[in-house]
Design a protein around this ligand. Structure first.
Ligand SMILES: Cc1cc2nc3c(=O)[nH]c(=O)nc-3n(C[C@H](O)[C@H](O)[C@H](O)COP(=O)(O)OP(=O)(O)OC[C@H]3O[C@@H](n4cnc5c(N)ncnc54)[C@H](O)[C@@H]3O)c2cc1C
Length: 362
């Protein structure tokens, strides 16, 4: 992204779709993807730099979430697990955002624990019939296709379901607070018949595919959000210089300047973690532990810095246009998406050979 891009205005579902398409036109979706698949042929380091710049310019965590759901939820699973024919069929439209995607794992009774997923697929002569209910799925109201995880013969398996498939209902409810511009919704599947070629990956590969998608999401979603945190820090510094209290600028109070120093340290630590994920991916190494640590640290840092920024600005921090309270809400949501902070701690402990085991996905 170049400086001072003009984003389409945010607002309703149509606007959310337009903003994602605009990012695709700025080539944001093609990093860390090889040329032969229609990507830039660059690496994760380039992806981090581009997303950081995007976040700083758009200051919209919902847009960042939407892009990441599209990337790690549909584009990368196709790259990693799709057949040649599936890649040719789906990737060009997803990379240009002519089609918008995402992934549907969560259900009303199955959040952190994917073992309780109830959505199921029954084989027929020509494909499978899906029945079930997915909840809190990013991009659902604007999506054309979603990767739905369902049990086939009791084994977790991934299926590409289109909005236009008979028996698939992509809704725009329930409304949630946080990352509101991302749009989210439930998916109801009622005898939804899809052909065989919509299965992505092998039967029973769903659990591994979820892990790989979430590892990438945890590692890189905070690249864009760190850009927003950079903007947030600049706003607070400017405010603390201008605002006069007892004959001096606000930042002259150590209680304020120390909060700002802490915000800076949190931001830089987030960037160190994210860049370490990029370095490991670019070296062909695993990121299971590092991505969980990154997600845990960055989401907690985002929340604390958003609370600090709001407080430093006093009542001005509560003015809606100043975005600070919106960022607090976004940060609360960020501690849940891609797996909650508690689940990241479970993963870290399990990978250290302790804790309750590695049964939860998130
Ligand atoms: C903004 C947003 C976007 C989302 N987008 C998507 C999406 O695109 N696709 C998708 O599939 N899902 C999505 N989700 C759902 C998200 O993955 C779940 O919210 C998350 O996995 C937690 O599940 P839950 O909300 O049902 O909470 P629960 O699993 O019911 O957990 C409730 C609380 O208990 C804690 N908890 C649960 N299990 C444990 C444990 N074993 N040890 C310690 N504490 C535990 C949790 O940390 C949490 O605080 C999204 C959520 C949000 C907020």
């Amino acid at each position: 992204m170049t400086q001072n891009q003009q984003f389409p205005p945010s607002g309703d579902i149509y606007a959310s779709r337009q903003r994602l398409i605009y990012c695709a036109q700025q080539n944001i979706l093609k990093h860390a993807i090889s040329n032969d698949l229609g990507g830039h042929g660059d690496n994760f380091d380039a992806l981090v730099k581009a997303h950081l710049s995007l976040g700083k310019q758009c200051q919209d965590s919902g847009l960042i979430l939407s892009i990441n759901a599209h990337l790690w939820g549909s584009i990368f699973p196709l790259i990693l697990y799709g057949s040649e024919q599936q890649k040719q069929q789906w990737l060009p439209a997803l990379l240009s955002a002519e089609m918008i995607g995402g992934h549907a794992i969560t259900e009303p009774q199955a959040g952190s624990d994917i073992n309780t997923i109830e959505t199921h697929a029954i084989p027929t002569d020509s494909g499978v019939v899906l029945n079930g209910h997915k909840r809190f799925i990013t991009n659902t109201p604007i999506a054309d296709v979603l990767l739905i995880y369902a049990k086939l013969a009791g084994k977790l398996t991934a299926f590409l379901v289109k909005k236009t498939d008979a028996g698939a209902y992509f809704t725009d409810s329930p409304n949630v607070t946080g990352c509101a511009t991302a749009t989210m919704g439930d998916i109801i599947l009622q005898d939804c018949h899809i052909p065989f070629d919509r299965q992505l990956g092998k039967t029973g590969a769903g659990g591994m595919m979820i892990q790989s998608a979430l590892e990438l999401e945890r590692a890189f979603i905070f690249a864009g959000i760190s850009g927003i945190m950079q903007w947030q820090l600049e706003q607070v510094i400017q405010f603390s210089r201008k605002r006069q209290v007892n004959g001096a600028h606000l930042g002259a109070n150590q209680a304020i300047s120390h909060k700002i120093a802490e915000m800076k340290c949190r931001l830089e630590t987030c960037l160190l973690w994210i860049n370490e994920c990029a370095r490991l991916k670019d070296a062909g190494k695993r990121i299971s532990l590092t991505s969980a640590q990154t997600k845990l640290f960055a989401s907690e840092a985002f929340l604390q810095s958003s609370l600090d920024a709001t407080h430093i600005m006093g009542a001005n921090g509560l003015i809606t246009e100043n975005k600070m309270t919106t960022l607090v809400q976004d940060a609360l949501a960020s501690r849940l998406f891609s797996g909650s902070s508690e689940i990241q701690k479970n993963i870290i402990a399990a990978l250290l050979g302790t804790g309750a085991g590695f049964k939860s996905r998130k």
